[in-house]
Design a protein around this ligand. Structure first.
Ligand code: HGY
Ligand code: MN
Ligand code: MN
Length: 415
C-alpha cells in the first residue's frame, strides 16, 4: 500500500499531523500537560504507532519504552531521526511533537518521491525527555545510550508516587517494554547518526528572519533537589521564637539562586530557576515539617554552573542552620556541554545551503545521543521565542520548511 492511497503527501503536512493530537493533554488555558506514560502520553504513543504503520514503517518498543519506527530492517548503520511527545506541566504544542511530526512528514515525502534508502532509517519517540513523568530528563535516551544505570532508573517514581516498574507495567503498551530489561539498546551503537528537529526555544531565528537553523551546541545544565526539614507545628499556638520552619530557609534560597545567577549572567550566560516547590504537609494553618525545591541551573560553561550551585548550597546551608532546620542537596541530573558533530553539521550545511547556526540553552535527547554517535539538530523558527508555555509557536510555513530541510538531510545521509 503506497501512502498516496491513504492520504497522499499533502496529507502528511506537519500542521496536519500536529492538528491530529492538538486535543490530547490540552489544559483549559491552551497549554499541554502530557507526562510520560500518563493516559495522555499513551494516546500520543498510539497516534505515533498508527501514523508510522500507515507510512509502512515497522514499529518496535524497546525496554526503555522508546518507540522506534523502521523504514527498512532494524540494523547497523541506521540513520535516526525523531524527538519526544511528552511535555512539561503547562507546556506548549511544539516542544517535542514538532520533531516527531516533522520526522514522519519527512519520511512521507521521501517515500512519495520514490526515494529508496540504502541503509535503515528509523523515527524515534523518546520516553520522558522533559523528566516531568519520572523526575529524570531524557530518561529514555539516557537509558538507551547506557548513561543512566537501570538500578538508578528503577529508584525513580511517577508523579503519583508509583515506582517506575509499576508504571511500565500499567502502561499496557505492546510487548517490548519490560522494566526488568531497562538499559542500553545494543544496536544503537551501530547506528550511523541521529538528527533531531526541534522548535527553537528562543528568538534567534526570529531575529535573523530565517525559518531554519542548524544547532551548534547545547549548553551544560543540571537539576538539583534541595530538602529542608524542620518542626511541624500549629500556626496559631507556636511562638515565633520557637519555630523551625523549613519554608523560611527555602524562601531565602530561592532568592539566593536568583542573586547568584544574576551576578554572573552578563558574561557567563548563567540562569537559575526554581519552578517547583513542595511544602509538607501543606496546610494553611500548619507550620511545615519539610519543604523541598528543585533548582535548574545552566550556563555557557560547566564551571560556572557548579560555582553558582555551590554558592546557592552555601547560602541554603547557612539559612537552614539559622532556622534550626536540616538541609540536604541532591544532584538529580547533569548534561555536559555538547558540541554537535562537526562533520554531520558540515553535511547538513552543505545540503541546506546557507542556514544560520545557533547554540541553545535548552536540553534535548540529541545532547544525550551525541555521546554515542554523530548527532545534529535542526531548529525551526518560533516567533514568540517562548517555550514551556502555551505561547510557544511555529507557523505552518516554517513547519513545512523544517520538514523539507529534514527530508533533504535524511535523503543525503541515507542515500
Ligand atoms: O529542560 C529543557 O531544556 C528541555 O526542554 N527538556
Ligand atoms: Mn522542553
Ligand atoms: Mn524538547
Amino acid at each position: 500500500m503506497t501512502i498516496s492511497q491513504t492520504r497522499g503527501p499533502a496529507g502528511w503536512t506537519v500542521s496536519g499531523l500536529l492538528a491530529e493530537i492538538a486535543d490530547i493533554g490540552r489544559d483549559d488555558d491552551g497549554s499541554y500537560s502530557r507526562f510520560s506514560l500518563s493516559p495522555e502520553d499513551r494516546s500520543l504513543r498510539q497516534w505515533f504507532i498508527s501514523r508510522a504503520e500507515e507510512l509502512g514503517l515497522e514499529v518496535s518498543i524497546d525496554p526503555d519504552a522508546n518507540i522506534w519506527a523502521w523504514w527498512g530492517p532494524e540494523g547497523p548503520g541506521a540513520v535516526l531521526t525523531g524527538s519526544h511527545l511528552d511535555s512539561v506541566p503547562g507546556g506548549g504544542a511544539y516542544d517535542g511533537p514538532l520533531g516527531v511530526a516533522s520526522s514522519l512528514a519527512a519520511v512521507a515525502r521521501l517515500r512519495a518521491r520514490g526515494f529508496r534508502p540504502s541503509r535503515p532509517v528509523a523515527v524515534v519517540m523518546f520516553t520522558d525527555e522533559e523528566g516531568a513523568g519520572f523526575g529524570m530528563p531524557c530518561l529514555g535516551s539516557r537509558l538507551a545510550a547506557g548513561v543512566l544505570p537501570a538500578d538508578r532508573a528503577l529508584e525513580l517514581r511517577a508523579r503519583d508516587g508509583a515506582p517506575l516498574a509499576e508504571a511500565w507495567q500499567d502502561a499496557g503498551m505492546d510487548a517490548g517494554m519490560d522494566a526488568g530489561e531497562l538499559g542500553p539498546v545494543e544496536w544503537l551503537t551501530t547506528a550511523r547518526c541521529f538528527v533531531e528537529l526541534h522548535v527553537e526555544q528562543g528568538r534567534g531565528l526570529a531575529d535573523l528572519d530565517a525559518p531554519v537553523a542548524i544547532a551548534s551546541a547545547v549548553r551544560p545544565h543540571g537539576r538539583w533537589r534541595l530538602e529542608f526539614t524542620g518542626q511541624g507545628n500549629h500556626a496559631g499556638t507556636t511562638l515565633m521564637a520557637d519555630r523551625h520552619d523549613p519554608v523560611v530557609p527555602l524562601a531565602a534560597t530561592v532568592l539566593a539562586a536568583r542573586r547568584a545567577a544574576t551576578e554572573t549572567s552578563e558574561e557567563s550566560g548563567a540562569v537559575a530557576t526554581v519552578g517547583r516547590v513542595e511544602v509538607v504537609p501543606g496546610g494553611t494553618n500548619v507550620i511545615a515539617s519539610a519543604a523541598r525545591m528543585w533548582l535548574d541551573c545552566r550556563a555557557e560553561s560547566a564551571d560556572v554552573v557548579h560555582a553558582v550551585v555551590a554558592q546557592v548550597e552555601a547560602e541554603a546551608r547557612a539559612a537552614a542552620h539559622q532556622e534550626g532546620c536540616g538541609f540536604e542537596l541532591v544532584q538529580e541530573s547533569w548534561t555536559p556541554r555538547t558540541a554537535f558533530d562537526p562533520e554531520l553539521k558540515a553535511t547538513m550545511a552543505h545540503v541546506l545551503g546557507d542556514v544560520p547556526e545557533l547554540s541553545t540553552g535548552a536540553g534535548h535527547d540529541a545532547a544525550v545521543i551525541a555521546g554515542i554517535m554523530p548527532t545534529g539538530m535542526l531548529f525551526v523558527r518560533n516567533p514568540t521565542g517562548a517555550s514551556h508555555t502555551p505561547d510557544e509557536y511555529a507557523s505552518p510555513a516554517d513547519c513545512e520548511a523544517g520538514a523539507t530541510a529534514l527530508a533533504t538531510i535524511l535523503e543525503e545521509l541515507a542515500r
